[in-house]
Design a protein around this ligand. Structure first.
Ligand code: HEM
Ligand code: NAG
Ligand code: NAG
Ligand code: NAG
Ligand code: NAG
Length: 536
């Protein structure tokens, strides 16, 4: 193969990989990343806003710095990677390692995990949340953009140890970074970039701080809640108060690390722009340090047009209820006055009147923002005849007329299996064994009733002393419940599961099919306490 053909192939592969098609595997993480406030806010940044705070502690003085804790969490999880065996790294194993001496100050880790709990589910791993936490904390503190890729898989038990401690000698420290795959220069930059936030707690490191109070919290630099290079310039000026550089010799680990290359890396980091770009690079190295079995996605970037289907179910035997919203990225375009969904029937035909007009959502002006991105939401809530809708294009007028076809496929609606939310419920009555009764009802299109239908619920299994539950996926077969009606194209299926009460805040998925042909509706929250019956 000659050079130009090789180049052609490489470019071709890149452009295919970057074309986003909805629904995408990382849609939810993209929401968590960018919808920080306003309409549909996920509020992930609440845990580190403002940068100087410890929001979980409520009002009052706290010698805690949540943004620093999120950054330290990513480092302590990643640094135990073993590049030879391809094991460890950013895999959430830190969850099971918090009682190790090398993880002293573990309340910062467990509180970080605790904040992540409501975001964790079968498609959003703890390890991805830790990585996204690095992006979020650094951004919130005015630092650079740390590119975020998704796809990390969670460990289910503790891994190797090997986090350097303040007393670890410099050769062993270098060796531990090297084992994880990092050079000496990367090590120096990682420590300098990490220690621009936060400090050392007296209760955890009384010998370093010289005071065993939890409120004694000397900081690494004089601008602790700011992602800047003052930790570097104060070190080089010889007036640093960094407890790991100007403290007792035995624990002066930052001092030993910083001079490993005769200050060359530190001197380059004394330039603020170099500091920012280097920190982005080495923090990406940290969060992309994953077990060799993991393949990370392309970097997550904001999606231009993204529908969300909230309800899509059989209302009566021949009518579908369809409810949701369309998110349009308005960072670089004017907000359209409305969005039109031009829909196609089950044969792929579009008629002149087959349009749903979605006006701007009223709540919070229908606007969502996060980290420099801006979105406008458009809501729809309508009835459509069974068979009349299978996919849609989105049309609107912003700076100019735009039609979004989802790469020519249309935005697809799953019509093979529908989530009958009104007929489903989580009955909150203890069965005597600490369970409530979760009932899932689905409408299965009659051409697919010969195929298996089931639901999968994520059961949270809690362990004493571990901050987060293990996610245990339980599969429940669903059986024919009722005809949807004599003329209906659908049949109703039902299944029930005794859900442990402490797992009530979970989600389930519906499936119909087999082999390569499985239709699904995913991430359904069990809503109401009583199921509605069905009368055809
Ligand atoms: C030789 C390597 C390192 C050693 C020995 C070390 C040691 C320490 C120690 C003793 C603390 C105090 C913890 C506490 O009292 O809560 C600390 C805090 C911290 N470390 Fe490191 N560290 C190292 C590298 C790193 C790296 C590479 C990062 C990030 C990339 C990092 C991020 C942090 C942060 C953000 C804090 C502040 C935590 C807080 O304020 O709660 N450290 N480090
Ligand atoms: C230890 O730190 C606490 C909290 O900052 C402070 O109130 C106390 O005076 C300190 N004790 C000593 C001996 O410095
Ligand atoms: C590195 O910088 C520190 C702080 O200014 C200084 O004390 C030390 O002598 C420097 N080391 C070298 C090898 O230049
Ligand atoms: C440290 O020294 C530098 C250079 O002399 C000076 O600009 C800076 O204000 C000093 N910082 C502190 C905290 O004393
Ligand atoms: C759970 O609910 C379903 C549907 O209402 C019902 O058939 C089943 O008997 C219930 N199971 C228990 C254990 O109550």
């Amino acid at each position: 193969m000659n050079k130009s053909r090789l180049l052609f192939h490489v470019l071709g592969a890149v452009s295919i990989a970057s074309a986003y098609t909805w629904p995408g595997q990382w849609d939810e993480l993209e929401d968590i990343m960018y919808l920080q406030s306003g309409y549909n806010r996920r509020g992930f940044h609440d845990g580190v806003t403002p940068c100087s705070a410890f929001p979980q502690g409520g009002p009052g003085p706290h010698a805690r710095h949540a943004a620093a804790e999120w950054v330290r969490t990513a480092f302590h999880d990643a640094i135990t990677h073993n590049k030879e065996t391809g094991t460890g790294g950013l895999d959430g194993s830190l969850l099971y390692e918090t009682d190790r001496p090398e993880n002293t100050g573990s309340i910062g880790f467990t509180d970080t995990f605790g904040f992540f709990h409501s975001f964790l589910n079968r498609r959003v791993s703890l390890a991805d949340l830790i990585a996204l936490g690095m992006f979020t904390a650094v951004k919130e503190c005015g630092g650079p953009t740390v590119q975020f890729r998704a796809g990390r898989i969670d460990a289910t038990e503790a891994g190797e140890s090997g986090v350097p401690e303040p007393t670890t000698d410099i050769d062993a420290t270098i060796a531990q970074f090297e084992k994880a795959g990092y050079t000496k220069e990367e090590m120096i930059a990682m420590v300098a970039c990490g220690h621009t936030l936060g400090g050392v707690h007296g209760n955890d490191f009384p010998d370093i701080v010289g005071n065993s109070s939890a409120e004694a919290f000397p900081q690494f630099d004089s601008t602790t809640a700011k992602f800047d290079n003052v930790v570097v310039t104060e070190f080089l000026s010889g007036n640093t108060t960094n407890p790991l550089a100007a403290g007792p010799d035995a624990t002066n680990s930052d001092q030993r690390v910083f001079v490993v290359d005769k200050n060359a890396t530190m001197q380059s980091l004394a330039d603020p722009d170099t500091f920012r770009s280097t920190c982005a690079t080495v923090f990406e190295r940290i969060i992309d340090t994953v077990p060799s079995a993991v393949t990370l996605s392309e970097p997550i970037t904001p999606i231009e047009v993204k529908p969300r289907i909230q309800q899509f179910y059989l209302q009566d035997q021949s009518t579908l209820q369809l409810e949701g919203n369309i998110r349009v990225r308005t960072t670089e375009r004017q907000a359209p006055d409305e969005a039109k969904m031009e829909y196609f029937d089950s044969n792929g035909n579009h008629c002149d009147t087959c349009t749903i007009t979605a006006p701007i959502a009223r709540f919070q002006g229908g606007m969502g923002i996060g980290f420099g991105e801006q979105f406008q939401f458009y809501e729809f809530n309508t009835n459509v005849a069974v068979g009349a809708i299978s996919k849609f294009n989105v049309h609107f007028t912003a700076n100019s007329d735009e039609t979004h076809t989802n790469n020519g496929l249309g935005f697809p609606l799953e019509t093979a299996i529908l989530n009958q939310s009104p007929n489903s419920c989580l009955e909150q009555k203890d069965d005597g064994n600490g369970n409530w009764n979760l009932t899932a009802v689905a409408a299965v299109r009659n051409d697919r009733t010969n195929l298996p239908t089931w639901f999968e619920v994520t059961v949270k299994r809690f362990t004493e002393g571990i901050a987060l539950p293990k996610l245990d996926i339980q599969k429940i077969e669903m059986a024919r419940w009722k005809d949807a009606g004599s003329d209906s194209e659908y049949t109703l299926y039902s299944g029930s599961f005794p859900l442990p009460i402490d797992s009530w805040s979970t989600a389930y998925d519906l499936y119909n099919g087999e082999g390569d042909d499985v239709a699904s509706v995913v991430n359904i929250n069990s809503g109401q306490g009583a199921c509605n019956d069905w009368t055809a």
